[in-house]
Write a protein that binds this ligand. Sequence first.
Ligand code: VAH
Length: 310
Amino acid sequence: KIFITGALGQIGSELTMKLRNIYGTDNVIATDIRKNDSEAAQSGPFEVVDVTDTKTMIETARKYEADTIIHMAALLSATAEKNPVFAWNLNMGGLMNALETARELKAQFFTPSSIGAFGPSTPKDQTPQDTIQRPTTMYGVNKVAGELLADYYYHKFGVDTRGLRFPGLISYVTPPGGGTTDYAVEIYYEAIKNGRYTSYINKGTYMDMMYMPDALNAIIDLMEADSSKLIHRNSFNVTAMSFDPEEIAAEIRKSIPSFEISYDVDPVRQQIADSWPNSIDATAAKEEWGFKAEFDLKKMTIDMLEKLNK
Ligand code: VAH
């Protein structure tokens, strides 16, 4: 039984449906702070779980005899920057409770890290798997601490913890909330609706990105991988592409020739983006568990516009 927190979020909502298709609906328990009318909430077992409430989380996971805990509930970078104390309590308190739940139930564990775990002093191009991590955002502090805490639960308690440093994720099912890379999702919705987009991230700002189908496959491939082969188990760099707003706009113009991009830079999210890498190196993931991404910018753009045009 797979127990997912944050199951109604940007990754969680699609991951829940994919896992139900693979492992069976009744074997995937979706949980989130509140229910909604989404497919993830309605199409199978759902429980209201506040990840800061240790007792409820452990009792609920035990009720279902969960043997896998997938912890997705967290505040993303821009939101965390607005509410840093709340972000620490939710992101770190939730993670600790999810790790304790996995320890109690002897369950396998997954939670994502992010390119946000790197900071201004990290090498920016082809950022190595093992390098300096001095992030300057609360989200980044949470992600570095989270990687270390998950490693600790592996070494200290033998919990089979695993994690990926995700780039910006692009999807057409559930829009993201409060991220810095969200511009790369909004731009597709706006291209269809208005034929133009005003970007809050400046031209020339490169960030790693990945299409959601590749992100979901990466989680499943990592969780199914041979544990004895995992060296970087909680913090694998994974990426599919790196682009700036001008390049994604140019790709959209190949399908919508009249599409126009303009800029109204948000200093807060621009400063976060500037502190992150331009591109990261995913060699360790490829070598240790066969990571591969199917979608590049061209293929993703065609699929996103097709799906949103329906
Ligand atoms: C964010 N989408 O923008 C998330 C992610 C790498 C970016 O962590 O905060």
